[in-house]
Write a protein that binds this ligand. Sequence first.
Ligand code: ADP
Ligand code: MG
Length: 246
Amino acid sequence: MPPSEETPATLDAEQALDLLRAGTIEIEGRLVDASNTTLYCSLSCDGVTTACVYKPVRGERPLWDFPDGTLAEREVAAYVVSAALGWDVVPPTVLRDGPLGEGMVQLWIDGDETVDLARLIRVDVPPLRRMVVFDAVVNNADRKGGHLIPTPAGHVYGVDHGVSFHQQDKLRTVLWGWAGDPLPEEAVDALSALRALLEGTLDDELSALLTRREVVAVRRRVDRLLTSRRYPEPSGEWPAIPWPPF
Ligand SMILES: Nc1ncnc2c1ncn2[C@@H]1O[C@H](COP(=O)(O)OP(=O)(O)O)[C@@H](O)[C@H]1O
Ligand SMILES: [Mg+2]
């Protein structure tokens, strides 16, 4: 019997994580000619087949400004924070062994390719507002237009979080449309819940992936957002927009 095709929309997060952890990965192609190895793969388990992105650690090029840990661990830490916020910003992502050794494996999202990303970054919709708060928490240094995956159902996922979590402020994004605006109540509530989790289980989970100083910096950024209750503004000390922006 041919394997059934399941789209990510039919998998809940737990099912997706199980599949990502246990599925057989087969490399189908290299995604982009980027500085790191980013592979498009099929992922199958118990007759279910879907697609994933696999970034093996050994394909990572060292970065002068991110000396600690691996990009794959930062990508998984970004998923952990996204899951804790409850906003589904990052597709389910795990750290596991694969055909080219340990790496990050992330559920592939079938994006809506008719969406104009240059327009999308200026649209005022909840998934983007939430992503801005998420980026401020993880200190994302690379939120380009191409790292947004809009779905046909109207959700927007964010991908490529390898250069996040630096202990120094490095927020670099194309999503400055809300800079300085008051945070909505749902953001304050989600950040307060995140802050509480950082006193317990979330601290443990992040400590397995990041350095101590980086985990402390997450807490500091959450506290800062809860004090200002505003979307972040460009610092003036660091290029505020990634280059190229898409
Ligand atoms: N989980 C995903 N689902 C769908 N598309 C993705 C996913 N991850 C990456 N992509 C697409 O592949 C491109 C390259 O992936 P990215 O994570 O940015 O890799 P790199 O580290 O090589 O820049 C992204 O810009 C995006 O278009
Ligand atoms: Mg990228």
